[in-house]
Design a protein around this ligand. Sequence first.
Ligand code: PBG
Length: 361
Amino acid sequence: MTRPASPAQPASDAQPASSALPALPDVPGPIERPRRLRSSSAMRSLVRETTLRPADLVLPMFVREGAREDRPVSSMPGVVQHTEDSLLRAAEQAVERGVGGLMLFGVPERKDPVGSGATDPDGVLNRALARLRSELGDATVLMADLCLDEFTDHGHCGVLDAAGHVDNDATLARYREMALSQAEAGAHLLGPSGMMDGQVAAVRDALDAAGCADVGIFAYTAKYASAFYGPFREAVDSSLTGDRRTYQQDPANAREALRELALDVAEGADLVMVKPGLPYLDVLTQVVEASPVPVGAYQVSGEYAMIEAAAANGWIDRDRTVLESLLAFRRAGASTVLTYYASEVADWFTTGLPDHLREFA
Ligand code: PBG
């Protein structure tokens, strides 16, 4: 039964009935009333499907070699390049608040074609890992970005051949060395993020051969050549002039992510990751469905910058947007979310969510 067309009338629940309208025929109400389960905060809480906990979040952190004070990253308000000391303080605070883990990135003072700083035990990333591991022990999961781009003067994720192309297999040899340096320094999980073919197998083999069977691999499995990494390039003082399209995935492709997943799992990945985050939730869901290991998602620098910029203009409610975006990753099936908001959000949860955020508890 359909309602007869009524004269134009604003659609609002609060509209008073107008006596000028023709009487409506007596029709039955809707059979299904999903709104019943949305009727109060308590009811919504009872039926909420997805939750967010501090332990689900991993905080990516930057440490700058030789820095005497923190350096703000202008495109990521609130994010800094830490000194070794401030890195430790921020890490301790995040761990106290209950974040699930820390992912470290190094910003070296000197760079060269093979990224020597990445395998120097005294290099910025390895030093920071060693310091954090000795201070924090096993109280958190310490992760290291395993990639050469921060350390190479050309800014690529691998070493170059004579023609200037990224040399996949020569890069694997460097990743093996880097894996051993990071394991030696105390990382619990290594995050190979260079998208070289065979990188997980190479790292696993190097670790096992060196007696580091307990060090795990959090593989950047489906990593796209994305414009959303823009602010990160500032955060690590990237030297890259070109792009990474010969090794990172084409944003148009989803099937390829499942191929990368099968390879990474077969090669020994303990966890896998999809990156960037929100623009790739469809890829995340497909990877979650197919993966036998836990899946992480990375809310990258550009996603952070967009929220901050819109919030600074008063265009969105920052805190609600942050929690809604993190919840979306969990709803799509991510076990773990890497986010620059990890420590702040963990603090909201541990000190008690303010009233306007209660719905996320
Ligand atoms: C590579 C790496 C990048 C990011 C994490 N690891 C940059 C890139 O691939 O160009 C981006 C993270 C972000 O944008 O927040 N070492």
